[in-house]
Design a protein around this ligand. Structure first.
Ligand SMILES: [Zn+2]
Length: 126
């Protein structure tokens, strides 16, 4: 028997998974102060759903996950955020759970040539 494929159904399931991930991360964020263990449970569940259904975690949450222990981080509660300049400008995030550092580089775009020609704000005047 040939197995039928339902692309519409798959998209619908992914949409539901995305909504559930969003809800779970929101709950985890709310519970962070009062019950960190429950918050971590929510975050783990959301991550497992994302991995199983091949759905991207929203960027505002994926940037706040420890790459070593996968815990949802919040500055002041379970992580420490510092700006460092050496060797290159970066944000150093220290996870208090696994006591490891994460580094996020700050990239600067070099401005070369005549910028005013490409500036979109100057187009309206002429
Ligand atoms: Zn960690």
């Amino acid at each position: 028997m040939v197995k039928k494929k339902y692309p519409q159904r798959k998209a619908y399931i992914k949409e539901i998974a995305g909504r559930r991930i969003e809800n779970l991360y929101q709950l985890a964020d709310e519970q962070m102060n009062s019950d960190p263990v429950l918050a971590q449970k929510y975050a783990t569940l959301a991550r497992n759903i994302a991995l199983r259904m091949n759905v991207k975690i929203p960027e505002r949450y994926s940037k706040r996950i420890c790459i070593h222990c996968k815990q949802l981080l919040r500055p002041g509660i379970n992580c420490r955020v510092r700006i460092r300049s050496k060797p290159t400008p970066h944000v150093a995030i220290f996870c208090k759970n696994c006591r490891k550092f994460m580094r996020k580089n700050l990239k600067y775009k070099k401005v070369t040539g005549n910028v005013t020609k490409e500036n979109p704000f100057h187009e309206g005047k002429n």
